[in-house]
Design a protein around this ligand. Structure first.
Ligand code: HEC
Ligand code: HEC
Length: 198
């Protein structure tokens, strides 16, 4: 009897939780593809790949459809999403959205303090609005607005530059206008602050 309990416990450990919820197709895409860069838990251990853990499902779903349709351009992600149907996209979005949020250690507290100011108060001198007015006091976002808390600073910075250069144009114009007004220091600082937010 004890042996049976032990054996069942081992079996439970050997079968990760995700295996029970996803369809076979979604599970294969997740483990053979997405996880290579974004991690099995959306943790994206490498700073160039955005974290997906705790990101909003609606936002994730929209981005994946936009990558598939070529409305958001990224050589890597256009390729990754091109053969995904809506059902698999929905499953992957739900999966990553359900994973626990993560944050990075802040390496430069002074820089992060500048970022905190910009994030919560904007820059009245150059017309930068407070990021918090849309992305939330804690960077938590909403269904349509991405969560920024805990995102890799390097990714945040790259995205702000891409909005600025209009490489990323799948959305309304709002982030383009804002990113164009940010100085290099402000961009760097706000990214450093957000990376440390949980
Ligand atoms: C080879 C690495 C790689 C693989 C594999 C990969 N991605 Fe990505 N992913 C990226 C990169 C790089 C970006 C940033 C693209 C950009 O700069 O716009 C990204 C961006 C994204 C975003 C946008 C995140 C945001 O905050 O806007 C989502 C969602 C995403 N990937 C989901 C997936 C899913 C789901 C899969 C599996 C089907 C996958 N990715 C496979 C590298 C990868
Ligand atoms: C008026 C509302 C609004 C304000 C203010 C705003 N944003 Fe955004 N932001 C958005 C929307 C909407 C998106 C989603 C765009 C999309 O769907 O691709 C976005 C997307 C982003 C992204 C991309 C995230 C990802 O996962 O790819 C970053 C980074 C970002 N915003 C940073 C900022 C920063 C930093 C500020 C302050 C300087 C700011 N935003 C202020 C509305 C806003």
């Amino acid at each position: 009897m004890n042996r049976l309990v032990l054996w069942m416990a081992c079996l439970t450990l050997a079968t990760p939780a995700y295996a029970n919820k996803l369809s076979a197709k979604a599970k294969e895409v997740l483990t053979m593809r997405c996880a290579l860069c974004h991690g099995l838990e959306g943790e994206s251990a490498t700073a160039i790949y955005p974290r997906l853990a705790a990101q909003h499902r609606e936002y994730l779903r929209k981005q994946l459809i936009d990558f598939r349709e070529g409305r958001r351009q990224s050589d890597t992600m256009n390729e990754m999403a091109k053969d995904l149907d809506d059902a698999v996209i929905a499953e992957l979005a739900d999966y990553y959205a359900s994973k626990p949020a993560l944050a990075s250690r802040v390496l430069d507290a002074d820089l992060a303090a500048v970022g905190k100011y910009i994030y919560h108060k904007g820059n009245a001198f150059s017309g930068v609005p407070a990021c918090a007015s849309c992305h939330g006091e804690k960077g938590e976002g909403t269904a349509q607005l991405p969560r920024l808390a805990g995102q890799h600073p390097r990714y945040i910075e790259t995205q702000l530059l891409e909005f600025n250069k209009r490489l990323r144009n799948n959305d309304n114009a709002v982030m383009h206008t804002i990113a164009a007004k940010l100085t290099a220091l402000e961009t760097h600082a706000v990214a450093a602050y957000l990376g440390g937010l949980k």
